[in-house]
Design a protein around this ligand. Structure first.
Ligand code: CU
Length: 471
């Protein structure tokens, strides 16, 4: 197979149902999906061509479509010099195929291949990405181009839209800096119940920053615009595939009608002017195209949008320079999409697990580290679940950063955030505000090891993780 044919096959991302078993001596049947990990050159713009590692000669990798409940065989070919893992983010699959070394998933050896069989569920916008550590190497792990959308399709797909778009937000060519690059502080001010009375004043260590951005593989203005007609309803699947930072996105004169968070339908679909999305999170929203013109959809911060985080939306028969209009104050709030003020279905019968997150500032030229309940990974026998029990987990963020917290192989319901009660918002990743608190609940019904971590790569690598196990 030549390179072009391979790209074509990979790009189709087609999936047949029913992973067949084969007898010893027989040729194994063709995998449903083949992902080839290899170095790739990405042209973000004519004068911004970067080299990274991608899937099937591209970054993002192909949009994979799988049928809910239909077993699949995925073959992962690793054409790099390091062991690799593909994590299926948001899927309820066993630890040996989930794609986390900590859970015991076998890695794909360098210049080797390995097959994984699993049954994708539940339906919704999921994604796949590498789960290797990067530590001090900004050309590894989540800093590379190893990510792509995975759509798990239900038997019956609700809703009809004129267009369906997959838009992954990314930054590239990261670097270490001791300056705080992030914009969390400029964003909304939420209650800070976890703010310590005495702040840690030790000098901060290194953070990771970037100045080059894209949506999918193109910087703002470098790719094809999104071409729309007045009156169209366009379904957008947004993903923050950054390893570094929370992001916001706006489209002047238009609203995002949010239908699902992390692929899970919300109980109260609601329209917002700005979407806020942490690393790992997905937002499914439709936009009604009722404001003819040529617009820039992008990050509200000028330097980030001009650095590439945006895409042009062009109505038919409109010719002019793309317009940007600064949005009003951000108003993102998970509880907008939940059953406000209600109590969780459990009536308080859940077992409580407290998790306190702290940053240990290491000073100039050093890497900060993070602790969970004052200890470093792996918290040996600390987080032990009993199958069938409902747990209430209290995330206490005692740091000056907003962290996107992800639990593998489980979905949780957000029941309190920003000091407000809510219900029905089901997620796999939640951004806990600066010095803020979030309370989530889940039922322990996925036996085996389950990794919990911050989805910011260098936070995870430097301690912000814990392993849940079943008794
Ligand atoms: Cu973090």
């Amino acid at each position: 197979m030549n390179r072009r044919e391979f790209v074509k096959l990979g790009g189709l991302g087609a999936v047949r149902a029913g992973a067949a078993r084969w007898l010893p001596g027989q040729e194994p049947p063709k995998a449903d999906v083949t992902l080839r990990i290899a170095p790739v050159v990405v042209e973000l713009a004519p004068d911004r061509v970067i080299s990274t590692v991608g899937y099937n000669d591209a970054s993002p990798g192909p949009v994979l479509r799988m049928r809910e409940g239909a077993p699949v065989t995925v073959e992962v070919v690793n054409d790099t010099d390091v062991p690799e893992l593909v994590h299926w983010h948001g899927l309820l699959v066993p630890p040996d195929v989930d794609g986390a070394e900590e859970e015991g998933t076998p890695a794909v050896p360098p210049h080797g291949r390995r097959r994984y069989q699993f049954t994708p569920r539940p339906a919704g916008t999921r994604w796949y990405h590498t789960h290797t550590m990067a530590m001090t190497d900004l050309h590894r792990g989540g800093f590379t181009g190893q990510f792509g959308f995975l759509v798990v399709e239900a038997a019956r797909e609700p809703g009809s839209y004129d267009q369906e778009l997959f838009l992954a937000l990314r930054d590239w060519e990261p670097f270490f800096t001791s300056q705080f690059m992030d914009t969390d502080e400029q964003n909304q001010k939420w209650p800070q119940p976890e703010r310590p009375a005495m702040l840690d004043t030790r000098p901060n260590g290194l953070e990771v920053g970037a100045t080059i951005y894209s949506i999918n593989d193109k910087a703002l203005g470098a790719g094809e615009p999104i071409r729309v007609r007045q009156g169209q309803r366009v379904l957008m699947h947004l993903l923050n595939a950054s390893a570094i930072e929370n992001r916001s996105i706006a489209l002047p004169g238009h609203q995002f009608h949010v239908l699902a968070l992390d692929g899970n339908p919300v109980p109260a679909p609601n329209a917002v002017e700005q979407v806020f999305i942490g690393p790992g999170e997905r937002v499914d929203a439709y936009v009604e195209m009722n404001q003819p013109g040529v617009w820039i959809m992008g990050a509200p911060e000028d330097d980030i949008r001009n650095g590439g985080l945006g895409i042009v939306v062009e109505y038919a028969n409109q010719r002019r320079q793309p317009q940007w209009v600064a949005p009003a104050k951000p108003s993102w709030d998970y509880t907008l999409f939940g059953k406000a003020g209600t109590q969780p279905s459990t009536n308080g019968s859940a077992q409580t697990i407290d998790m306190v997150f702290e940053k240990v500032p290491r000073g100039m030229g050093q890497f900060n580290s993070f602790t969970v309940n004052g200890k470093v990974y792996p918290h040996d026998q600390e987080f032990v679940l009993k199958e069938g029990t409902r747990y209430r987990v209290v995330f206490r963020n005692r740091t000056d950063d907003a962290h996107p917290l992800h639990l593998h192989r489980h979905l949780f319901e957000v029941i309190e955030i920003y000091g407000k009660a809510t219900a029905g918002v089901v997620k796999d990743t939640v951004v806990v505000p600066v010095y803020g608190r979030a309370v989530v609940e889940f039922v322990a019904d996925q036996p085996g090891l389950a990794l919990f971590h911050c989805h910011i790569q260098h936070h995870m690598d430097f301690g912000f993780k814990a392993l849940f196990r079943y008794a």
